[in-house]
Design a protein around this ligand. Structure first.
Ligand code: AHR
Length: 501
C-alpha cells in the first residue's frame, strides 16, 4: 500500500466557510421546474404543486441558497410574465433553449418553494434584452415592504411580506455569443454598473454579483474581468465564475485532474479582482461567486422538439467517476474558502443534476448526489490548510497530479473534524496518516467511502448501485490516525472530540 501524510492543526486556517458555498441552481430549463420541483397532480404534490419527494431530497442535500431563474433563460425573461393570476400569464417562445415557457411558475412560487426547501433565493436579473429599469422594478417588487406600485402589486398578488432577497446576479454569461443580448465587456460593464446603482437605491442591503467569464478558456477570459471590474468595481460584491468539465476523450486520469484547472481559474480571478482593487486604491474586496459548476457532457447532443414545454433536456446520467470529480471540485472550492463565498452546483433537479425524477413517477439519487451531500452536511465551519504529502503522476493533459486530494474542516463548535479525500490512483490503495497535531482528544467516529465501483457505473430509477458505505475506522496510534483510501475512492473521515465523563 502507498503511504501519505496529512498534518492538521487548528492554527493553520484557510478561512471560515460561507455556507452559501453549498448553493445550487434551478433554471427554467427542461424539467427542472415543470416535472422537477413543481408538478401539480403528482402523487406527492402538496397544496402548492411542489413535489414533496423532491423537497425531501433537496433538504437531505442541505442547500442554503438556490440561484433562479437562469442561466441563459434569464436573458430573455420578463419577470412580470411570471407573477399575478396564473390564468392571465402569457405563454412565451423561450429563445435560449428553443421551447415554450408556460409561466405557470414564477417568482412568488419559487420563493415559496425556497421556504419549504430551507433555502434562500439568489435572484438573477435580465441584462440581456432588458436592463436597469426592469431590474430595479423586480427589486422593488420583491423587497420593498409596501406603499409603491410594485410592492403593492406583490401584495395584490397575495404576498404581504417582502421576500427580502439579499443576493442578486447582474445577468448571466453576458460574454457568450449564445447569450440573448450578448454584450462586449464595455457594454456589459456599463449596463451592470447602472443596474447595480439603481437596484441598490431601491434596497441598499442587497449584495450583487457581476458576470465574469462563462468559463476559464474563452478568448476574452481575463480581459473581460479586468474591463468589467474596472467599470463596476465599486458597485459589486462578487464576480461570477462558471465551469463545467467533461470526459469526452474517455481519459479518466486527465478527467480526475481537472479540478487543478479549476484551482488555477480561481487563483487567476482572485488576482484580477485584487489588481483592480489595487489600481483603484479601494478598501473593499470583491470576492468570488462560483455560481455554475459541475460535470456536463453526457446529454449534449440530445434532440429536443422545438417549442415543446418542459422536454427532457440536459438530463445527464452521471457515473462513478463523475462523482469523484464533483467531490474534487468541492475540495477546490473549499481550498479557497477565504475568497469563494458563494457557489452553485448546476443544477439541482433533472437538468445536469444530482436529483432525477420521472414526470408522474419516482426519483433517484445520481452518483454526484453523495459527495455534495457529505460536504454540505459535514463541511461547515473552518477550512484548514490541508497539504497532503503523497505520490504524483502525469496524465495526458496534466503533469504532477497528486494521487490524493483533500481538505479538512473544523466545525464551528470545534467538536468535529472532518477530512474529505479522493484517491485518484486507479490501481493502489493509500494509507493516509493524519497527524492530529493539536487534536489530541479527537477520536474517529465514521469513515464513509464510495469505492470499488466500475468508473462508468451509474444509478437509475430501477436501481442505484453507486452509493456510499461505511469503511473501517482509521487506526489510532498516539496522535496519528491512519485510514485506508482505496483506489478511485471518495472518503469522508469524521472525528469527534471525546466527551469528558
Ligand atoms: O446550466 C446550464 C447552462 O449553462 C446555463 O443556462 C448557462 O448559464 C450555462 O451556459
Amino acid at each position: 500500500m502507498k503511504k501519505a501524510k496529512l498534518p492538521l492543526s487548528r492554527s493553520f486556517q484557510i478561512g471560515k466557510i460561507d455556507k452559501r458555498i453549498y448553493g445550487s441552481f434551478i433554471e427554467h430549463l427542461g424539467r427542472a421546474v415543470y416535472g422537477g420541483i413543481y408538478e401539480p397532480g403528482h402523487a406527492t404534490a402538496d397544496e402548492d404543486g411542489f413535489r414533496q419527494d423532491v423537497l425531501s431530497e433537496v433538504r437531505a442535500l442541505n442547500v442554503p441558497i438556490v440561484r433562479y431563474p437562469g442561466g441563459n433563460f434569464v436573458s430573455g425573461y420578463n419577470w412580470e410574465d411570471g407573477v399575478g393570476p396564473v390564468e392571465q400569464r402569457p405563454k412565451r417562445l423561450e429563445l435560449a433553449w428553443g421551447v415554450t415557457e408556460p409561466n405557470t411558475f414564477g417568482t412568488n412560487e419559487f420563493l415559496k418553494w425556497c421556504k419549504k426547501a430551507g433555502s434562500e433565493c439568489m435572484m438573477a436579473v435580465n441584462l440581456g434584452l432588458r436592463g436597469a429599469d426592469a431590474a430595479r422594478n423586480l427589486v422593488e417588487y420583491c423587497n420593498h415592504p409596501q406603499g409603491s406600485y410594485y410592492s403593492d402589486l406583490r401584495i395584490k398578488h397575495g404576498v404581504k411580506e417582502p421576500h427580502n432577497i439579499k443576493l442578486w446576479c447582474l445577468g448571466n454569461e453576458m460574454d457568450g455569443d449564445w447569450q440573448i443580448g450578448h454584450k462586449t465587456a464595455y457594454e456589459y460593464g456599463r449596463a451592470a454598473a447602472e443596474a447595480a446603482k439603481v437596484m441598490r437605491w431601491v434596497d441598499p442591503s442587497i449584495e450583487l454579483v457581476l458576470c465574469g467569464s462563462s468559463n476559464g478558456h474563452t478568448d476574452t477570459f481575463g480581459d473581460w474581468e479586468l474591463t468589467t471590474l474596472d467599470l463596476a468595481y465599486d458597485k459589486v460584491d462578487y464576480v461570477s465564475l462558471h465551469q463545467y468539465y467533461d470526459n469526452k476523450t474517455d481519459d479518466t486520469a486527465s478527467f480526475l485532474a481537472k479540478n487543478m484547472a479549476m484551482d488555477e481559474f480561481i487563483k487567476t480571478v482572485i488576482a484580477i479582482c485584487d489588481t483592480v482593487k489595487g489600481k483603484k486604491h479601494k478598501k473593499h474586496t470583491v470576492n468570488l461567486s462560483f455560481d455554475e459548476w459541475n460535470v456536463w457532457y453526457h446529454s449534449n447532443d440530445d434532440y429536443v422538439e422545438r417549442w415543446s414545454t418542459a422536454p427532457h433536456q440536459l438530463e445527464d446520467v452521471y457515473n462513478f467517476q463523475d462523482a469523484l470529480l464533483v467531490g474534487l471540485m468541492l475540495i477546490s472550492l473549499l481550498r479557497r474558502a477565504d475568497r469563494v463565498k458563494v457557489a452553485c452546483l448546476a443544477q439541482l433537479v433533472n437538468v445536469i443534476a444530482p436529483i432525477m425524477t420521472e414526470t408522474g413517477g419516482g426519483l433517484f439519487r445520481q452518483t454526484i448526489f453523495y459527495p455534495f451531500m457529505h460536504m454540505s452536511n459535514y463541511g461547515r465551519g473552518t477550512a484548514l490548510v490541508s497539504q497532503i504529502a503523497c505520490g504524483k503522476h502525469d496524465s495526458k493533459e496534466f503533469t504532477d497530479v497528486p494521487d490524493l486530494d483533500g481538505i479538512a474542516v473544523l466545525s464551528d463548535d470545534e467538536n468535529e473534524l472532518t477530512v474529505f479525500a479522493v484517491n485518484r490512483d486507479m490501481e493502489e490503495s493509500y494509507a493516509l496518516e493524519l497527524d492530529l497535531l493539536d487534536f489530541p482528544d479527537f477520536v474517529p467516529v465514521e469513515h464513509i467511502e464510495m469505492a470499488g465501483f466500475d468508473r462508468k457505473a451509474e444509478n437509475a430509477l430501477v436501481s442505484c448501485p453507486v452509493k456510499p458505505s461505511n469503511a473501517a475506522l482509521p487506526e489510532v496510534d498516539g496522535r496519528t490516525a491512519t485510514a485506508e483510501l482505496r483506489p478511485l475512492s471518495w472518503n469522508v473521515l469524521r472525528f469527534q472530540k471525546k466527551q469528558k465523563d
